[in-house]
Design a protein around this ligand. Structure first.
Ligand SMILES: Cc1cc2nc3c(=O)[nH]c(=O)nc-3n(C[C@H](O)[C@H](O)[C@H](O)COP(=O)(O)OP(=O)(O)OC[C@H]3O[C@@H](n4cnc5c(N)ncnc54)[C@H](O)[C@@H]3O)c2cc1C
Length: 497
């Protein structure tokens, strides 16, 4: 085993395509269990959406999706990674909301939400308890049909303020709407409510480097800048992966505007008995495997799979001498100027809702810098249809309107900034190849399609954001493990020789 970026074998038990959290977790678990694993990633960096970037000649560092995840991440990291990684997961104590209906601070767990709902929103204690118990106990079998809207109508009729408190963070976190199944809302909400919101102390750069070390220790061969072009299929079975001749043509400011480096695997075909794709589900089916390899009924189901929404982000680095006020900003601040919660408004180019992540030196102990990342949900089509000039102007507008909005929480923000930059749905697409720049893969109907890939093509598995439960940091890690188990069972049943 090589475990480095060069000196690869001609064949593997399994090739994992994509180094998002699901792909890396699957690769790690499979290698730890003795499978010969190659992990190929099209970007020159590991992590997928769980990544970071430098600007200003390595003066400023920005995390893309390190905003908060449920406590379950500690257990999952301990099980599928190691204790050192799990031990760095810490709680974000101050989650704030500010909108026309309420302004409050919470630790974002069941006890504190119960207190708020009873004292502040004047909901009877028994209703609050019944809501939490129902959300926790929702299962696949008894509540497939109930929508999240119906769930709220049942417990909090005519209370748009309560719906906003309970729904806005979840919609921000994974794009879900009131029309999605209550089951998916209930699982994610209950995951967070069990103990609040957590983060990784040390930043995504440290997190991913620890994941890489663990994969190397377990013998995963890792190839970055190695885009899988085609999954080879022979007689209805996976036979390997062809790596594209050229890495993606993305100019990376972090690399001084140069494009991705070149991997020694470019243009090569590597054989394998199984493939686990961590790429976008639809990209896996149509771009990498080829629709000619699937049955008509499977393709009919695949066509019904909706992509999840994308995002915009504005990354801000404060000057070294400038600081943020934690009492005003908190760790995570959900803001909106819309009169009421409206999932459609959350996607509009005319942004009314922004979520700010405030990063203090405690995020990366040893540094003294403060950063802000403003995120908003977005629709890819609003950005993809713009001309180059319109796109540049829209990005600039995104930055300026964000700074205007932020002035309320960080006065004189413009004077305090050392660096600012924006990312759009197009950015997310360019860097991850997710169709539509989807931040959370596909809607929930993608799960059944993802889980049945191997019934269509022996040895083909998928793990990555599909549906609300299998998205986000925790969902991706857990789905990576689930798909690894499936792949392992297949490999064991189909031993060579
Ligand atoms: C702006 C934003 C904020 C977010 N905030 C949070 C948050 O606060 N909390 C949270 O829990 N989650 C958050 N998320 C979501 C979370 O980051 C993702 O759900 C999770 O990281 C997705 O992991 P994944 O395994 O599905 O793969 P992804 O991260 O989507 O990675 C897929 C990988 O596959 C690679 N790939 C694709 N095609 C190929 C190919 N042909 N060959 C080789 N490699 C390929 C891509 O380059 C990528 O590295 C956020 C997402 C975004 C975009």
């Amino acid at each position: 085993m090589n475990g480095a970026d060069s000196g690869y074998s001609d064949s593997y038990d399994i090739i994992v395509i994509g180094s998002g959290l699901a792909g890396m977790t699957a690769a790690n678990v499979l290698a730890r269990d003795g499978q010969k694993v190659l992990l190929v990633e099209r970007h020159y960096k590991l992590g997928g959406l769980a990544t970071w970037f430098w600007r200003g000649n390595h003066q400023h560092i920005f995390d893309i999706s390190l905003h908060g995840f449920p406590v379950g991440m500690i257990k999952s990291c301990r099980r599928y990674w190691n204790k050192e990684i799990a031990d760095r997961i810490v709680q974000l104590p101050a989650i704030k909301f500010d909108n026309p209906q309420f302004t409050l601070t919470t630790t974002f767990n069941r006890d504190d939400f119960t207190r708020l709902l009873i004292e502040r929103f004047k909901i009877p204690a028994e209703t609050v308890k019944a809501f939490f118990d129902t959300a926790r106990d929702l299962t696949h079998y008894d509540s497939q049909e109930m929508t999240t809207r119906e769930l709220f109508d049942r417990f909090f009729p005519n209370r748009p303020d309560v719906v906003r408190l309970l729904m806005e963070p979840i919609t921000y976190a994974n794009g879900s709407t009131l029309e999605d199944p209550a089951l998916t809302y209930g699982i994610v909400f209950s995951n967070f409510m069990s103990k609040g919101v957590y983060t990784f102390q040390g930043g995504t750069d440290l997190f991913v480097s620890m994941l890489r070390e663990e994969m190397k220790k377990n013998g995963v061969d890792i190839a970055t800048s190695a885009p899988a072009q085609r999954i080879l299929i022979e007689d209805g079975r996976v036979a390997g992966v062809r790596i594209a001749e050229n890495p993606p043509a993305v100019d990376v400011p972090e690399l001084g505007g140069r494009s991705f480096p070149r991997s020694s695997l470019l243009g090569k075909t590597i054989r394998s008995r199984a493939v686990l794709s961590n790429g976008n589900l639809l990209g896996t089916i149509y771009d990498m495997a080829g629709k000619e390899n699937f049955s008509e009924s499977f393709l009919a189901d695949a066509q019904k799979v909706r992509l999840n929404n994308s995002s915009t982000q504005v990354y801000m680095a404060l000057k070294p001498e400038e600081t943020l006020d934690p009492d005003v900003c908190g760790d995570l601040l959900f803001t909106s100027v819309a009169p009421e919660f409206d999932a459609k408004l959350l996607l509009s180019r005319h942004i009314t809702s922004r979520t700010y992540s405030f990063y203090y030196p405690k995020t990366r102990p040893g540094t003294d810098r403060h950063y802000i990342v403003a995120s908003a949900n977005a629709d890819y089509n609003d950005w993809a249809s713009l001309s180059d000039a319109e796109y540049a102007a829209a990005k600039n507008d995104l930055i300026e309107t964000t700074l205007d909005a932020l002035e309320k929480y960080v006065p004189n923000i413009r004077g305090k900034l050392a660096y600012v930059e924006a990312a759009t749905p197009k950015t997310f697409k360019d860097y991850t190849a997710h169709w539509g720049g989807a931040s959370f893969g596909t809607k929930y109907e993608g799960l059944a399609v993802s889980r049945s890939l191997h019934k269509q093509i022996a040895g083909l598995f998928h793990a990555g954001s599909v549906g609300i439960i299998m998205s986000g940091w925790l969902g991706a890690v857990n789905y990576g493990m689930i798909a690894a188990n499936d792949a392992e069972a297949f490999l064991t049943e189909n031993q060579e020789g």
